[in-house]
Design a protein around this ligand. Structure first.
Ligand code: AOS
Ligand code: ZN
Ligand code: ZN
Length: 388
């Protein structure tokens, strides 16, 4: 197995983008629970996200969601983020909260509604120019609930046409990443249900259109690391939305439900050249914290990704390759498992200290008094929820 000292420099290349919506109140359709100190504005969400970076050094960017993070002056918002020690990242569009989109957005049969959805993406691209964002992330709620309700083929054709118009509007440094999800909110068919559909759509657009893989968006039992391998092989893995799931799209803390799966995914990321500053794969979290505190929840999440990345980097790939070539089934498996079972928490604590970061980010955040300060300061005004 590789030594921790061998992989330490690589760990410095890790950057995990945080979703602004993780800092707002969240819940299920049964109840949204409030937390003292919850942000009321996009600025307060960014300030909270900056705490995660301050204590972990892992999360230099914050992804925004339009219109949840709508402001008058995006350049000023970007400057504010920089003052807090972070910068603005991916812009997420939203075509799922407007009555007009009940039967679809960019796939809608009514040209006026389709245009409204396309125009929303144009607005997102205008914002990206002001925030300096590279990626436009599109997740669509489009689909149908009953067989016969819609013409699936025509909807796919309209999707293709809409995406072409959006893609054509991007600046030369900007990318479109198309997220897939197998069901919900539509229950019979979804217009972008799987990686194959997303791949087919983005491949038709061009080089700067990529697939976004949300780890919670697959049927139980899906071999997600196979999809990671395939998309990297095809040069089309643009971004991750990391989270974990026990049942459906649970949006729980990444690595909480199945750390081994996270390890397997990250091993394929490393194996396929998807790790590191120049890899072109954006690591993002897409989580909601319903009952746990949000800033500690995000700290736990980025540390989980870091721990599994370190373990994935520790795999002795030469020995693994040799075992695979020799047909040594159990030997190959045990080489992978050796790395997975390596506890990297102590060396990572040392690694953090060597970089001027706290050995225990969670304890350092608790000791900082930030939680108490925002609980006192942020009274009045409406707390941000998962939406606005
Ligand atoms: C929805 O299920 C998708 O995961 C989206 O990426 C995201 O959660 C939503 O757009 C909120 O930003
Ligand atoms: Zn997502
Ligand atoms: Zn989701």
């Amino acid at each position: 197995m590789a030594q921790f000292s061998d992989i330490a420099p690589l760990l410095a290349e890790q950057a995990i983008e945080l979703p602004s919506w993780a800092f707002g109140n969240s819940g299920t359709r049964f109840r949204v629970f409030g937390t003292p100190g919850t942000p009321r504005t996009p600025q307060e969400k960014i300030a909270d996200a900056a705490q995660v970076h301050k204590f972990t050094g892992l999360a230099p960017k914050v992804a925004l969601h339009i219109p949840w993070d709508k402001v008058d002056d995006y350049a000023a918002l970007g400057a504010y983020a920089n003052e807090q020690g972070v910068s603005l990242g991916t812009i997420n569009s939203n075509t799922f909260q407007d009555d007009a989109y009940k039967l679809g957005s960019v796939t809608h049969s009514d040209p006026r509604i389709r245009q409204k959805a396309i125009d929303h993406h144009f607005e997102c691209i205008d914002i990206m120019h002001k925030t300096g964002s590279k990626d436009l992330k599109i997740w669509l709620a489009d689909g149908t609930n009953y067989p016969g309700q819609g013409d699936m083929r025509a909807r796919q054709d309209r999707l293709s046409d809409s995406l072409q118009q959006i893609y054509a509007r991007l600046g030369t440094e900007q990318r479109l990443v198309l997220e897939y999800k197998f069901f919900e909110p539509a229950f019979y068919h979804t217009d972008v249900p799987d990686w194959g559909t997303s791949y087919a759509q983005v491949a038709a657009l061009g080089e700067r259109a990529m697939v976004c893989l949300d780890t919670g968006h697959h049927a139980p039992g899906t071999n997600i690391e196979f999809i990671v391998m395939q998309l990297l092989r095809l040069g089309k893995l643009g971004a991750f939305d990391f989270n974990s799931r026990f049942y459906a799209d649970d949006d729980l803390i990444v690595g909480a439900a199945d750390p081994f799966q996270l390890f397997r995914i990250l091993f394929e990321v490393v194996r396929g050249g998807g790790y590191g500053t120049d890899s072109g794969v954006a690591f993002m979290l897409d989580q909601c914290h319903n009952i746990e505190e949000k800033i500690p929840g995000q700290i736990r999440s980025v540390l989980n990704v870091q721990e599994m990345t370190a373990r994935a980097l520790l795999v002795d790939t030469d020995a693994l390759g040799a075992a695979q070539s020799a047909g040594d089934v159990l030997g190959a498996n045990s080489i992978l498992m050796d790395a997975f079972y390596t506890d990297v928490r102590a060396p990572l604590a040392e690694w953090r200290e060597s970089r001027g970061l706290p050995a225990d980010p969670m304890a350092a955040f608790t000791a900082s008094g930030y939680r108490e300060r925002i609980s006192e300061e942020r009274v009045g005004g409406a707390q941000a929820s998962w939406g606005a």
